[in-house]
Design a protein around this ligand. Structure first.
Ligand code: SAJ
Length: 420
């Protein structure tokens, strides 16, 4: 007999995970505190954007394998996939994990499996999940199988990566890890590595911290190369020809709800020791201001000028604006007196200063800042943009444009990480 699984939290991770288990024959009860999500789901609809997820969800709701509710039900497996947002003081807000765990205390029975998927500070399973479950009448270590199995999927490719990526499962004991591994093997084609819970928590945080520290290094190099009048993008490209070097790309900052957040979960626990992690976060967070200052240098003053921003999402070719560094850049620009701001982003429907048409956005502009390298921008007629601009200045923060072609047209082309 296949187990019944209760998935708590039907967001970017919980919903695809629930749908994936359901389409592999499990009976799923999906739980969310948001009634809108629950009602939509029971009609076979979803309210988040992710390729192919709508089709998969519709199928499993129609077949009766996935049902949604605002309350958890007695099941054999409980998967906690609720958000772990960051507080103002850069500590993790664990309230959703705590209340989700509390909500299953009256339901758990001997032999059940409890899995934490949410990205969490190290020792969350040991210090938060296990003690709460001890409020049940069970002998938790003996009667329950508990593990952390962090999600590692990238938005936009979630369904593919859920199946293909390797996974880590960290149990409170070996048996827990092996049980959970077996469960995920029902759809995961990648390797599943088992370890203890704290190691798994630390792996998830380390993966995103690795990227953050590398991006900070790239950003620092960009600032250094500007001062030396050389091109950081060449330095990175040629250095990466070395077989053991893998530098990341500089840019206007780090966005999204993972890389800009997760390193703080390590800092929170080890503020004295996590020096490099803290510094990297600080460098990456300073990039919007750096781009703002570079814009000021290009124009002399931003006062009474028109500045156009192309691309405001947190990364290319998605509509996701969570923690986008470009939003901070816009806030800095807004403080300048008399400035006119204009924005074009083909993926964003609703935002201030938004122009649906790239040419209208750039018309009469004194400076175009390329914020995000959406592939669609390569279709733009740059001759037309040049003719309509008041002053043909470009600041490319992503090494997106063909410098030679733009200079030939007559643009004053500026590249983040390249001095003049
Ligand atoms: N960025 C740079 N330079 C780079 C790479 C990225 O400035 O060289 C910026 C991007 O522009 C973006 C941000 O970093 O603003 C993050 O983008 P991303 O595509 O690197 O990552 P996310 O946040 O969309 O997804 C990450 C993934 N983690 C890793 O690649 C280690 C994903 O696998 C995780 O599941 C996800 O975080 C998560 O949920 O933790």
């Amino acid at each position: 007999m296949k187990e019944k699984i209760c998935v708590l939290g039907l967001g970017y991770i919980g919903l695809p995970t629930a749908a994936m288990f359901a389409s592999n024959g499990f009976d799923i009860i999906g739980v969310d505190v948001n009634e809108k999500v629950v009602n939509a789901l029971n009609k076979g609809e979803i309210i988040i954007e992710e390729p192919y997820l709508d089709v998969m969800v519709r199928d499993v709701v129609v077949s009766g394998k996935l049902k949604a509710s605002v309350k958890p039900e007695v099941s054999d497996v409980y998967i906690i996939a609720v958000p772990t947002p960051i507080n103002e003081d850069k500590t993790a807000d664990m309230s959703y994990v705590i209340s989700a765990t509390r909500s299953i205390v009256p339901l758990v029975k001997k032999g059940d499996i409890i899995i934490l998927e949410s990205t969490s500070p190290p020792k969350t399973v040991e210090d938060i999940i296990v003690p709460i479950l001890k409020e049940s009448s069970l002998d938790v270590e003996e009667d329950l199988y508990i593990a952390h199995s962090p999600e590692r999927v990238i938005p936009g490719k979630i369904l593919f990566e859920l199946v293909e990526n390797n996974r880590i499962v960290g149990g409170i004991d070996e048996e827990s890890a092996l049980k959970v591994k077996k469960l995920y093997q029902s759809f995961v084609k990648g390797e599943i590595y088992t370890t203890n819970a704290t190691t798994a928590e630390m792996c998830k945080l380390t993966e995103n911290t690795f990227r953050d520290v590398n991006i900070a290094l790239a950003n620092e190099l960009a600032m250094i190369c500007e001062q030396m009048n050389i091109n950081v993008w060449d330095v990175i490209k040629f250095s990466n020809k070395h077989p053991r070097v893998n530098l990341h790309q500089p840019g206007p900052g780090v966005g999204g709800h993972c890389i800009a957040v997760d390193p703080w979960f390590i800092v929170e626990k080890f503020p004295e020791t996590a020096k490099m992690i803290t510094l990297s976060r600080t460098i990456n967070d300073s990039m919007p201001e750096y781009v703002f200052n570079r814009s000021r240098k290009i124009l002399g003053t931003l006062k009474d000028k028109k500045v156009t921003i192309l691309g405001i999402t947190y990364k290319p070719d998605v509509d996701d604006m969570r923690e986008s560094p470009i939003i901070e850049l816009i806030e800095l620009l807004e403080e300048v007196s008399g400035i006119t701001i204009s924005i074009h982003d083909p993926y964003v429907q609703d935002f201030k200063y938004l122009e649906k048409d790239i040419y209208t956005a750039c018309k009469d502009s004194d400076l175009v800042i390329l914020g995000v390298n959406h592939k669609l921008f390569s279709d733009a007629n740059m001759d037309r943009i040049y003719k309509d601009m008041k002053q043909a200045n470009i600041l490319d923060t992503r090494n997106f444009f063909d410098e030679k072609a733009l200079v030939e047209i007559g643009f004053n082309y500026n590249l983040l990480g390249k001095g003049k």
